[in-house]
Design a protein. Structure first.
Length: 103
C-alpha cells in the first residue's frame, strides 16, 4: 500500500478516538469543550453541540478508514496505523483534559 493510506488510517483512528468524549458527554447532557466554544477548546459547548461534533468526528474517521485504500480489521500495518492514531489521540486528550480539570 501507498504511505498516504497508512497516514489516512492513522488520522481515522485519531478522529474515532476524539468522537468518544464529545458524544458521551453530549448524550449525557453535559457541557464539554469543543473548537466552537469561547475560547476554542477551553470553554464549554452545550450538549447538543457535543453530540453533533462527536458524530462529525465519527463520520470523518469512518470516511478516512473506508474511503482511502483497503482496510482489513485483522492484524496488519493498516490496523496498526489505526491503533496508533487511537493511542496518540487518546493520550493527547487525557493530558489536555487532565490539565484542564486541575485548573
Amino acid at each position: 500500500m501507498e504511505w498516504y493510506i497508512y497516514l489516512a488510517h492513522f488520522f481515522a483512528g485519531a478522529f474515532l478516538a476524539n468522537c468518544v468524549p464529545h458524544f458521551v458527554n453530549g448524550i449525557s447532557g453535559r457541557k464539554f469543550p469543543t473548537p466552537f466554544a469561547s475560547p476554542p477548546g477551553r470553554g464549554n459547548s452545550p450538549a447538543p453541540v457535543n453530540v453533533i461534533w462527536g458524530l462529525a468526528n465519527l463520520l470523518i474517521g469512518y470516511l478516512l478508514l473506508t474511503g482511502i485504500g483497503p482496510f482489513t480489521p485483522r492484524p496488519s500495518l493498516d490496523s496498526l496505523s489505526v491503533g496508533l492514531g487511537i493511542t496518540v489521540m487518546s493520550l493527547i486528550l487525557a493530558l489536555s483534559f487532565g490539565r484542564r480539570q486541575r485548573e
